[in-house]
Design a protein around this ligand. Structure first.
Ligand code: G1P
Length: 295
């Protein structure tokens, strides 16, 4: 039987953004711009380019800028229209035209699993993607699209993973997994044996870290409801997936592409520099400028 189509993507966006204070005191971290686009828009475009138009944002207090960003801005559009700024008008309209967004609040920051559970009514009984917008992924084929291909093949949930240095694994969810052959290649698709959130380096089962892209099935909501708070006293998605593993197989995919941790200052700076260098309008002069620095 063909796997049910994934039409919806959930964006947990209720975090307080403490790693970016004071910039995030009065502005959501998801709205910090990488060059000239808010971080969260990269994730939304990735979902769109993967064929998913229905976006569910799980927000919290102080996040109204996200709602405004994906809404129509009549004043701005009128002004741009009257001044004949058609290119800018197109850019502004594209943001609100292309997607259908629903919002639900996570009233308390009780963890990623809890945030995903908040979306249950909006997701309903169908498979869905989860996108952690802090993880910005630059790739030829959008990362979500890559995961969807694996999901469609196995008809089971799929997590994005990448290898990280052993000393970094304690910042991530980590999988214990065995490689499975897929499309003639081995070492990219894994069947998950176990998962652990933020293990100590010497207890980590591998150096395969979970990155913020997931294709999940609706039975995960039951698992989330059943797990106890874990790492950091929060309801963790990783723990919920571990619970789900009792009743169905889970897969992981070592995606193609470069991932930036835009929720971290250094990662954010790296993404800014590399995205600016790729830009047709900015890349040339920016490269010249960087070369001129006595580093
Ligand atoms: C979350 C997940 C973790 C995953 C990480 C990827 O952690 O809980 O399993 O490895 O995202 O970015 P956070 O970074 O929110 O602490």
């Amino acid at each position: 039987m063909a796997a049910a189509k994934v039409r919806k993507a959930v964006f947990p966006a209720a975090g307080l953004g403490t790693r970016f204070l004071p910039a995030t005191k009065a502005q959501p971290k998801e709205m910090l711009p990488l060059v000239d686009k808010p971080i969260i828009q990269y994730g939304v475009e990735e979902a769109l380019h993967s064929g998913i138009r229905n976006i569910i944002m799980v927000t919290g207090r102080g996040k109204s800028a996200i709602e405004d960003h994906f809404d129509v801005s009549f004043e701005l559009e009128n002004l741009l229209e009257s001044r004949g700024k058609t290119e800018l008008l197109k850019i502004v309209r594209q943001v609100s035209d292309l997607i259908d967004v629903s919002y639900i609040r996570q009233k308390e920051a009780l963890g990623l699993g809890h945030a995903v559970l908040r979306s249950q009514d909006l997701v309903g009984p169908e498979p869905f993607a989860v996108v952690l917008a802090d993880d910005v992924i630059d790739s030829e084929t959008p990362c979500i699209r890559q995961l969807l291909d694996i999901y469609e093949f196995f008809g089971a949930p799929v997590l994005a993973v990448m290898e990280v240095p052993p000393e970094a694994i304690s910042s991530y969810g980590c999988i214990d997994a065995e490689p499975v052959a897929h499309n003639g290649s081995k070492g990219k698709v894994f069947r998950i044996r176990d998962l652990v959130e933020k293990p100590k380096q010497n207890e980590a089962p591998s150096n395969l870290a979970i990155i913020g892209r997931y294709i999940l099935t609706p039975d995960v909501f039951d698992s989330i409801s059943q797990v106890e708070p874990g790492s950091g006293g929060e309801i963790q998605l990783t723990d919920s997936l571990r619970h789900l593993l009792r009743s169905r197989p889970l897969y992981a995919y070592k995606f193609d592409g470069k991932r930036y941790d835009a929720g971290d200052k250094l990662g954010f700076l790296k993404a800014t520099v590399e995205f600016a260098l790729q830009r047709r309008d900015l890349g040339g002069p920016f490269r010249e400028y960087l070369k001129s620095l006595a580093l």
